[in-house]
Write a protein that binds this ligand. Structure first.
Ligand SMILES: C[S@@+](CC[C@H](N)C(=O)[O-])C[C@H]1O[C@@H](n2cnc3c(N)ncnc32)[C@H](O)[C@@H]1O
Length: 331
């Protein structure tokens, strides 16, 4: 395996030890890293699952994937790289023989590679094209959102995905200033409309919102969670690192729902939905990075890790019985 350090590669993976604790990689296991980025977590999973654990490493970003591939290429064929999107996870994994796997990791959001390269258009600190696509072949870029979406839709996105209280004013200023030329121009327009608070750059929330819209990040997360569950073998673990409350809410709601049995309203005496308990939540609250890690890697400050284990048939029946008893007493 390449001896290059994470620092040298520019992206320091977050909460590696915590991820390893939940995934507990072992020799012979099959693992999917659905957000390989520069390969930090993949590398850790590979070394813990030596000598013959295998990893399917997926990313939408061809550039990141090429770097991860160079970095991990001499690992004896234990890692398979595929460029693809989360929406297609199940299809990709089945095609690569990774159904029934022992662990799946999703480390969401952007990588430092994407943030630090002005040409990718994610950064408000330098002038770059209005892009923000994780997959450079994707049809919608930030240019489309910023220069062509109706003001109302822009305001909705900035409010919902950026949680920006001045969203309507920001959207109005953007529309007035069209055409917006590049990321520096956009940052200047947004900064003129927002009072900065909490020591963050005034354009932070708007850039986050536009990035989420461009990549349909929340829709994609909703689509990938059930696919990840379907791909796990009984006893397999899914671990998800979210970087803001909107993502974390989706992860939490999915894990809570799948750790419940019948979802019928209480007035229905016999279950009609057929929903079964499938997951055991390993984290009730999201796990956060240690103070030491935050000191070393400030990006880890907003990371929220949740993990859940897929039950086997026997555990499902037992969990179902327990769930029914509790529901019966609650009626
Ligand atoms: C935070 S980085 C992952 C960093 C990685 N764990 C490491 O150790 O280097 C997130 C990665 O997920 C990818 N990504 C985000 N959304 C995706 C999606 N819907 N489909 C595929 N890849 C996605 C991004 O391109 C980015 O490279």
């Amino acid at each position: 395996m390449g001896a290059t350090s994470d620092q040298e590669w520019g992206h320091v993976p977050v909460m590696v030890e915590e991820v390893l604790l939940y995934l507990a990689p072992r020799s012979g296991g099959l693992y999917i890293d659905a957000t390989v980025g520069l390969g930090g977590h993949t590398q850790a999973i590979l070394s813990r699952s030596a000598p013959d654990g295998r990893v399917l490493a997926i990313d939408a970003d061809a550039q990141a994937l090429a770097i991860a591939e160079r970095r991990l290429s001499d690992d004896g064929g234990r890692v398979t790289f595929v460029q693809g999107r989360h929406r297609d996870l199940e299809r990709i994994a089945v095609a690569q023989g990774f159904s029934g796997c022992q662990g799946i990791l999703l480390d969401l959001g952007v990588s430092s590679l994407q943030l630090d390269d002005a040409e990718r258009g994610f950064s408000f600190r330098e002038a770059g094209p209005l892009d923000m696509r994780m997959d450079s072949e994707a049809p919608v870029s930030a240019e489309e959102v910023v220069n062509h979406w109706p003001e109302q839709e822009l305001a909705r996105v900035i409010a919902a995905y950026g949680e920006e209280r001045y969203a309507r004013r920001v959207a109005h200023r953007i529309v007035q200033a069209r055409p917006i030329r590049d990321t520096a121009h956009l940052a200047a327009v947004v900064s003129g409309a927002v009072r900065s608070s909490g020591g963050i750059h005034p354009a932070t929330r708007t850039f986050q919102a536009i990035r989420i819209a461009v990549n349909d990040e929340l829709g994609s997360l909703e689509a990938v969670m059930p696919q990840a569950l379907a791909l796990l073998a009984p006893g397999g673990v899914m671990a998800v690192i979210a970087f803001h409350s909107l993502e974390d809410r989706i992860v939490k709601q999915f894990m809570v729902r799948e750790s419940r049995g019948c979802l019928c309203p209480p007035r229905i005496p016999v279950c009609e939905c057929g929903h079964r308990v499938q997951l055991d939540r390993l984290t009730r609250r999201p796990v956060q990075a240690s103070t030491g890690e935050i000191g070393r890697n400030p990006r880890s400050r907003s990371a929220l890790l949740r993990a859940a284990r897929k039950l086997d048939e026997e555990q499902m029946v037992a969990a179902e019985r327990e769930y029914q008893t509790r529901a019966h007493h609650a009626r």
